[in-house]
Design a protein around this ligand. Sequence first.
Ligand code: C5P
Length: 221
Amino acid sequence: STVPVLTIDGPSGSGKGTISRLIARRLGWHYLDSGALYRAIGVAAGWSDVDLADPAALVRCAFDTRIEFDESGEELRILVNGMDATDELRTETAGAAASAIAAIPEVRSALKERQRAFRQPPGLVADGRDMGTVIFPDASCKVFLTASAEERAERRYKQLKDKGVSVTLESLLREILARDARDAQRAVAPLRPAEDAVCIDTTGMSIDAVVERVLALLPAR
Ligand code: C5P
């Protein structure tokens, strides 16, 4: 495909989601929140009592779950099988379920084409763990965002608190470290920068500063 793609990968709380959405808006490009797909499948599996230890049933979920991104309002809403699941998807429970099912190779391949279908003119910003390594290896520009675990936990904490979710910083830090370790150590599509990715440590950086850094990497438009 000749449609340009900017991939933004990194661990949870690295700022991928916020940065990707802002850049997509600035460029007028489409946005793929690939983590939301894994979260949606985890949540849909929970709704229908599918066992997170039953790979075959989870693969069926990956094929059957309808996931829609509604960008018509102020905030992006995510519908799972027609139901607004935006808030449920953001919880760390959904994140942990996503990380468990994301380790199943067949679930990952079931989602491959669905993710690639987001590559539509005039361009795509794709955020996740394997956007630059597996899903869009030919992306025009690849970024890998990191930040200290403490800062990432704090960012998530603020995000969840703003949404009215009650969590403690300590438990969040523990959960984030466990999820990152699992994502980095799994056999398929582990969390790691693509060889041709530009790594940016966002610890102590403002959102605007990161957006500008990433935009500066794109070929002149
Ligand atoms: O980015 P987010 O925190 O929403 O992702 C939730 C989980 O989904 C991650 O911890 C990871 O296990 C999985 N994921 C993945 N590949 C992606 C995006 C997310 O394995 N491209």
